[in-house]
Design a protein around this ligand. Structure first.
Ligand SMILES: *Cc1c(COP(=O)(O)O)cnc(C)c1O
Length: 376
């Protein structure tokens, strides 16, 4: 059996080496490292794949969130609602822009933001909701969009972990995540389902005016050379990364399919164990592309299991060990921790197992047996 990796980029590369190397060689020969034609080609390919009018590439996922928020022209102190159980980027950029992050709890079955908690948190200063499609599973977008309409709020999807996932509305309409809100943000960090060989990100929108604004923001607020009409940033996807992304986009559905297959294999083996809760799938018309395969360990010691797996040469991750509302940088003394019963509980229980497109059934069996041996 091959050594187990959390994410096996080396073996994935070996299968697409010729295409990647050839594309990279072309960029090297042309020397158009920034804004080369391949960046535009990737942009067009991704627009068609997602069925979205505008993809605006940028430097990384955190930038994409910041730029998406900047485009909404909110005022200092305006409130933005997001999930307490997520990566830090969202709350970070809200705070950097002098907006007020309002954290809310998640659903224990999907780990995604709880629409009921969103509605309770809405005030006259609330201007936007940022759902994070966590671990590859879509948030409850239908309910979130209803709330957004009712209270006149913007919706920014953090699609960094869910590129390629579908959302099915109750009327049967199927749409890709990242195309449902007013504007969306994504990351092409190497370990994401569509990952570059360095940093990258993109913003998506169907709104022509927002797209125009965002194209200015990513380029120093500049539409005509050296005329700066708005305050912007410098955030670009480079041509070498675009080669990797353009190549891997062709295989994204296959990669996501393999992840799903691995997830089903894990679940089949693990689902009846009394100390394990396997991830939910297919609730509320959402879909799951398994950026992470995250289980909950109940009535036991999650951290001891992490050590046990590591000692059996099995890497694993704890995403995320600390709720955002108690992080030092974001702690708000006015906010009561009892508002987050689910997050406070699951941070002690979650463990993400190796998940990538090259995982073999032998490896999955070995990992599951190692988990069982911990409980024996
Ligand atoms: C990876 C990730 C980000 C940040 O992306 P970077 O490219 O690392 O800046 C933001 N949100 C979520 C949910 C992520 O998984």
């Amino acid at each position: 059996m091959e050594p187990i990796q959390m994410v096996d980029l080396k073996r994935q590369y070996d299968l697409i080496k010729d295409e990647i190397n050839q594309g990279m060689q072309q960029v090297l020969s042309s020397s158009s490292f920034i804004n080369g034609p391949v960046v535009k080609q990737f942009q067009n390919d991704l627009e068609s794949y997602l069925g979205v009018k505008h993809v605006i590439p940028c430097a990384n996922g955190t930038d994409s969130l910041q730029i998406a928020l900047m485009s909404l022209k909110l005022k200092p102190g305006d409130e933005v609602i997001t999930s307490d159980f997520a990566f830090v980027s969202v709350v970070e950029v809200i705070s950097l822009l002098n907006l007020k992050p309002v954290l809310v709890d998640v659903n224990s079955d999907t780990f995604n933001i709880d629409p009921l908690a969103i509605e309770k948190a809405i005030t006259p200063r609330t201007k936007a909701i940022i759902p994070v499609h966590l671990f590859g599973q879509t948030a409850d977008m239908e309910q979130i969009l209803v709330l957004a309409k009712k209270y006149n709020l913007f919706v920014i999807e953090d699609n960094a972990q869910a590129i390629g996932a579908d959302y099915t509305f109750s009327d049967g309409t199927i749409t890709k995540t990242g195309t449902l809100g007013h504007v969306s943000a994504t990351s092409f960090f190497p370990s994401k389902n569509l990952g570059a060989y360095g940093d990258g990100g993109a913003i998506f929108t169907n709104d022509d005016n927002l797209a125009k604004l965002i194209r200015g923001i990513v380029n120093h607020g500049m539409y005509n050379r050296y005329c700066h009409d708005i305050i912007g940033v410098n955030s670009r996807l480079d041509s070498l990364q675009a080669v990797v992304l353009k190549t891997k986009l062709k295989y994204l559905d296959m990669y996501n399919g393999k992840r799903k297959k691995s997830a089903l294999s894990y679940t089949k083996i693990l689902k009846n164990h009394p100390n394990i809760i396997t991830p939910s799938m297919g609730l509320n018309h959402n879909s799951h592309i398994f950026h992470q395969y995250t289980i909950r360990i109940i009535n036991s010691d999650r951290d001891a299991l992490v050590n046990h797996l590591n000692s059996n040469k099995i890497p694993c991750g704890v995403y995320y060990p600390i709720p955002l509302h108690i992080q030092k940088a974001y702690k708000n003394p006015e906010v009561d921790s009892s508002l987050f019963p689910v997050t406070n509980q699951i941070v002690k229980e979650v463990i993400s197992l190796p998940m990538h497109s090259e995982l073999s059934s032998d490896q999955i069996e070995y990992i599951c047996n190692s988990i069982f041996s911990f409980f024996d």
